[in-house]
Design a protein around this ligand. Structure first.
Ligand SMILES: C[S@@+](CC[C@H](N)C(=O)[O-])C[C@H]1O[C@@H](n2cnc3c(N)ncnc32)[C@H](O)[C@@H]1O
Length: 201
């Protein structure tokens, strides 16, 4: 393991996606099961997938009838994801969530669900958590999947596209949310947070 000091820009991610590295984590049955237990979405909900990679998680929402916006820092990942299918309710775009300019597609209060799978350790996550809350509609949820390492800044030498948080950092993410649910998926933790009690309709 080594200490992380550098931010990874779009060119680095593009290289890994073009080389076909296993950057994008597939959705296991266990994750899908936990997700469906903790997230309630009514038909036609609006979902934002942050750092969507090749978009395998998001395409599932599309199949379930939701409106999905997938945003990524890597133009190569977006290009590959688009080749796998674009529809009116399934949109892709290039966006850096650390950038100061916020596109009009990310208006306040416009999403029922923010998905953030294995992305937060690459972002200014404190800023991200503030922005994510602002983007959610009342009752909206944020889903975070992140690998948990005992060591701060852990990153495997051979897989720099895998980063994690310490347990303490995960607990920081939970601060200030009215509703929080958490479960383990192997070495990953899944976190579901919301400012309001989940809708049951
Ligand atoms: C480990 S991959 C996870 C991909 C996907 N979310 C998944 O579940 O497998 C991290 C992703 O975050 C994207 N990413 C990293 N920094 C970003 C940023 N500042 N803004 C948007 N996306 C970013 C990378 O391009 C990459 O696709």
């Amino acid at each position: 393991m080594k200490t992380i000091t550098r931010r990874l820009g779009p060119a680095q991610w593009d290289t890994w996606y073009r080389e076909g590295r296993a950057v994008d984590r597939s959705v296991t049955d266990a994750e899908a099961d936990r997700f469906l237990r903790h997230v309630s979405l009514s038909a036609g909900s609006s979902v934002l997938d942050v750092g969507c990679g090749l978009g395998s998680f998001s395409r599932q929402f599309f199949r379930w009838g939701h409106n999905v916006l997938e945003l990524e820092i890597s133009p190569a990942a977006v290009e590959i994801a688009q080749r796998r299918g674009t529809q009116e309710r399934l949109r892709y775009g290039v966006h850096d969530f650390d950038a100061s300019a916020v596109p009009t597609t990310l208006q306040s209060g416009s999403f029922d669900l923010n998905v953030c799978r294995n992305v937060l350790p690459f972002l200014d996550h404190q800023r991200f958590m503030v922005d994510a809350r602002r983007r959610l509609r009342p009752g909206g949820q944020l889903y975070v999947l992140v690998r948990v390492w005992s060591e701060r800044g852990g990153e495997p030498d051979d897989k720099p596209w895998q980063r994690g948080f310490t347990e303490e950092e995960v607990q920081d993410l939970q601060n200030g949310w009215a509703e929080q649910e958490r479960c383990w998926l192997g070495r990953h933790t899944a976190l579901f947070v919301s400012d309001e009690r989940r809708r049951t309709d």
